[in-house]
Ligand binder design. Structure first.
Ligand code: BES
Ligand code: MN
Ligand code: ZN
Length: 499
């Protein structure tokens, strides 16, 4: 899809479709009046007959015949004025784009100047970014494994024009458009990795993907530790999880330097369980297939590093992805086993399905050698987070309130919302082991918090936040700009935070 900026007057555009936005109950601007005159009152009639009121993501398609140069007019609702901002625009652009794509309209124009949102903090750049992201991300599909019926699928949208008023705006807003193109590309990369089936994405596949990105993108460096190197580092918690699979683990390290070499980096750590069967504490069969998404955190870290490098963000970054497979077998770890982690802390494994925290324990310890100024980990860590927050927010916990606040703010801007859960010391009593330093499960109460409490024991030496994305990394139904499958959650959030 190509998105470009152009200046001009909306009703004079010659386009297959002109897309106009409307707030709920407010379909009566000067522009709509003028439009209605050209349409001979068709718009007023549609509004009167309650076919269109501007409800969020509601659509009304009109055919002006010869009255206007545009072949079609699409009205798209933005919902109520209160709360209208970047996210509504993203969703509206996504809905309009899929609506038109489904109907075979592959080129259209969205009028930016007439967007009726007055929020002062919604700059022109934000508007462009939101529209471009919504349009681009809504048409994402994972069709790599379809060999049949591909020709019957609707043709992908080819060309979206964002129409602004003045010529000067076009060059002024070009950078915002370029940035959103890179961001959407990073999200698509993360989605692709999550959607890739488990048989294809071995830990080594993830490692090779990261390596090939590093060879393609300027300034991105990749280092891979194989099993022998991981053993040398003493990462026995990670190795313990990996030992049930015939596919060996990898530790993936991506580095990008956008500021002076000496500046302490921000480290991003992503859980990379390419398939989580639960190990000897085997999961039930139902929906086990979805556990191919258990490397969603890792996918986001890889997507974010690639994007940050393409954007040349002025910051030093390290991405660390422990990639393993969690399977039951004759060589798998057992409930009751005790592992000595890289930090020296011993872990009593009471449930082999609580594997994410064990590989992260070692990855968080490994992160120390980069003297990071901040460490953020992302992980599809607990089913409990879905009980707490459903699929509408990522849980954030950490040992530094300032960092948590900054992340929450970036979440609001990016539409990838975070909600903080407490990480009081009290919760740590639930993960005290009788015979080792910690145990890897804390019982039913507050499962997301006790998992984070476990991680906190390995992240005590730096400023750290943990994002539990188990409820947000996978989309079951499809949303305006998030089709079913891997969501790539966190890429837009982290880029916003880093910016
Ligand atoms: N990968 C799962 C968590 C998960 C659940 C991710 C649902 C996405 C959707 C994780 O490794 C896991 O199995 N967690 C256990 C922990 C329990 C054994 C303490 C869980 O949540 O049940
Ligand atoms: Mn598990
Ligand atoms: Zn898992």
């Amino acid at each position: 899809m190509e998105i470009k900026l152009k200046s001009g007057t909306p009703l004079q555009q010659k386009t297959a479709c002109l897309v106009l936005t409307a707030l709920e109950g407010k379909v009566k601007s000067a522009l709509f009046k003028e439009l209605d005159q050209h349409l001979g009152g068709a718009l007023a009639r549609a509004v009167r007959d309650k076919e269109f009121s501007g409800k969020h993501c509601q659509t009304l398609l009109l055919h002006p015949s010869k009255a206007l140069p545009a072949d079609r007019i699409l009205l798209i609702g933005l919902g109520k004025e209160k709360g209208a901002g970047q996210e509504r625009l993203r969703q509206a652009a996504g809905s309009a784009t899929s609506f038109l794509q489904d109907r075979g309209v592959t080129r259209f124009t969205i009028d930016v100047a007439s967007i009726p949102i007055s929020a002062r903090n919604l700059t022109a750049g934000h508007r462009i970014q939101a529209l471009a992201e919504g349009a681009e991300l809504s048409t994402y599909r994972f069709n790599r494994y379809r060999t049949e019926g591909v020709n019957e699928l609707p043709a992908p949208v080819e060309n979206v024009t964002l129409l602004v008023e003045k010529k000067a705006r076009v060059s002024e807003l070009q950078p915002a458009l370029e940035e959103s193109r890179h961001i959407s590309q990073g999200v698509a990369l993360a989605r692709d990795l999550v959607n890739e089936p488990g048989n294809v994405k071995s830990p080594d596949f993830l490692a090779r993907t990261a390596q090939s990105l590093a060879s393609d993108i300027d300034g991105l460096k990749c280092t891979i530790l194989d099993k022998a190197a991981i053993e040398k580092e003493g990462m026995n918690a990670m190795l313990g999880v990996a030992q049930g699979s015939v596919r060996d683990p990898r530790l993936i390290i991506l580095e990008y330097r956008g500021e002076e070499a000496g500046a302490h980096p921000i480290a991003l750590v992503g859980k990379g369980v390419v398939f989580d069967a639960g190990g000897i504490s085997l999961k039930p069969a139902e929906k086990m297939d979805e556990m191919k998404m258990d490397m969603g955190g890792g996918a986001t870290v890889i997507g974010t590093l690639a994007t940050a490098a393409r954007l040349k963000l002025p910051v030093n970054l390290v991405g660390i992805v422990p990639a393993v497979e969690n399977l039951p077998s004759g060589s798998a770890i057992r409930p009751g086993d005790i592992l000595t982690s890289m930090s020296g802390k011993t872990i009593e494994v009471l449930n082999t399905d609580a594997e994410g925290r064990m590989i992260l324990a070692d990855a968080l310890t490994y992160a120390k050698r980069f003297s990071p100024r901040v460490v953020i980990d992302l992980a599809t860590l607990t089913g409990a987070v879905i009980i707490a927050l459903g699929h509408h927010a990522t849980a954030v916990l950490g040992n530094h309130d300032g960092l948590v606040r900054q992340l929450i703010k970036a979440g609001e801007q990016s539409g990838e919302r975070l909600w903080q859960l407490p990480l009081w010391e009290d919760y740590s009593t639930q993960i005290k082991s009788d015979i080792a330093d910690v145990k890897n499960i804390g019982g039913r109460p507050a499962g997301t918090i006790t998992a984070a409490a476990f991680l906190s024991k390995f992240a005590a030496d730096y400023t750290w936040a943990h994002l539990d994305i188990a409820g947000t990394a996978w989309e079951e139904k499809g949303r305006p700009y998030t089709p079913k499958g891997g969501t790539g959650v966190g890429v837009r959030l982290l880029i916003e935070y880093l910016r």
